[in-house]
Write a protein that binds this ligand. Structure first.
Ligand SMILES: NC(=O)c1ccc[n+]([C@@H]2O[C@H](COP(=O)([O-])OP(=O)(O)OC[C@H]3O[C@@H](n4cnc5c(N)ncnc54)[C@H](OP(=O)(O)O)[C@@H]3O)[C@@H](O)[C@H]2O)c1
Length: 346
């Protein structure tokens, strides 16, 4: 089988394909022939070795996880003797995180880990595109902010992988969603349920006063300090991106403040059983038409460096999918196309 590997930190070109032995599933594992995976922000950070603290996980001087990729979608090829939930031929998707290795044509995963059947209405590429954003945004909005109906939730970076999932989830929780993105992505973000949509190139959302119960900075571009006064008296600011400031503000505002709070979460590191349950919820929401994939583009596995280049721009809209075989590289789904699909399925 082919795998995408890298031996040193660097630009997208350090990632290249090579042959490897096929993995063998253990007694309670399944072997999945991967049809699609994604290259996400964490893969780009792992490849680059930046920010520097990422090397605590990826390896201090040289990468210790030669194959990147967390999320997969494909077909079960073989199952271990003790497997009861799945059978060969099942279409499945899920995540290996915090382990990696999904940038490969075959992966093994325990049957009780974060793996579920792909909803009928989705292709493998569409299914895999939902995983990272959903499993990141859900704990922030449901568990940390505890969003309730009627609240006003502002999502900064609403067109990204995490942001586009956050818009849909906040709507699902009954909130009014304010989406912040660049002008080109405004129609996409509106179609996902944000109203109003703020163009960050022309308007600064932090100038509002007491407006938002939750500010979720999905791309980590604005600080708690800047956003603080735009929050309601008991509002909460959330960010996906660690900084020295948030690591101090998080405990301080939690333990000593009766007013506005700041928080961060590290969602990829959570218990695999939690992720398994959340994946089941994702399937429910997809089947109910409450959650749709947003795909920036689909890139052939052979061109995986191109997928890394796109992620490095910081301007993808939704997820960058890699298709393992040319047959899986479906028509490039533009954000606008995804968005119209969104409307059609609700
Ligand atoms: N804490 C955790 O556990 C965790 C888990 C997963 C991810 N993350 C982190 O979350 C971050 C977001 O990941 P992602 O994959 O969602 O990012 P992404 O998809 O790369 O985000 C790109 C989007 O951000 C928008 N954007 C860029 N600059 C902006 C600005 N100044 N203001 C508002 N929007 C802006 C872009 O819109 P335009 O093109 O219109 O500018 C683009 O659509 C990453 O840093 C990642 O490492 C953290």
């Amino acid at each position: 089988m082919r795998i995408a590997v890298y031996e040193r930190y660097g630009p997208p070109e350090v990632v290249h394909l090579q042959e490897a032995a096929e993995p063998v599933p253990g007694a309670t594992e399944v072997l999945v022939r991967v049809e699609a995976s994604t290259v996400g922000a964490s893969d780009a950070a792992g490849r680059n070795g930046t920010p520097r603290f990422a090397r605590l996980f990826f390896g201090l001087t040289t990468p210790k996880h030669p194959v990147l990729g967390s999320d997969f979608a494909g077909v079960i090829e073989r199952v271990g003797d003790g497997v009861t939930r799945f059978a060969p031929g099942d279409r499945v998707f899920g995540t290996l995180a915090p382990a990696m290795g999904a940038h490969a044509e075959l992966v093994t995963i325990a049957e009780d880990a974060a793996i579920a059947r792909i909803p009928e209405r989705l292709t493998a590429a569409e299914a895999v595109a939902t995983v990272d954003g959903f499993l990141t945004a859900l704990p922030f909005l449901r568990d940390v902010a505890a969003v309730t109906p009627g609240q006003v939730v502002l999502v900064n970076g609403a067109s990204g992988t995490v942001g586009s999932a956050a818009v849909q989830l906040a709507r699902h929780f009954g909130a009014t969603v304010v989406g912040v993105c660049g002008p080109a992505n405004a129609p996409l973000v509106a179609s996902l349920g944000a109203d109003p949509v703020i163009d960050y190139t022309g308007e600064d959302f932090t100038e509002a006063r007491g407006a938002y119960d939750v500010v979720f900075d999905a791309v980590g571009k604005r600080s708690f300090r800047a956003a603080r006064r735009s929050l309601t008296a008991h509002g909460i600011y959330l960010t996906t991106v660690p900084s020295a400031a948030i690591l101090v503000q998080w405990p301080v505002t939690r333990w000593f403040s009766r007013g506005r709070r700041a928080a961060i979460a590290f969602t990829g590191l959570r218990d695999i059983r939690l992720k398994a349950a959340e994946l089941a919820l994702l399937v429910e929401l997809i089947e109910a038409g409450e959650f749709v994939p947003v795909i920036d583009r689909t890139v052939a596995f052979d061109d995986i460096a191109e997928a890394h280049r796109r992620v490095d721009t910081g301007h993808k809209a939704g997820s960058v999918v890699i298709a393992m075989s040319p047959a899986d590289e479906r028509a490039k789904v533009t954000p606008a196309a995804s968005a119209s699909e969104t409307r059609a399925t609700r």
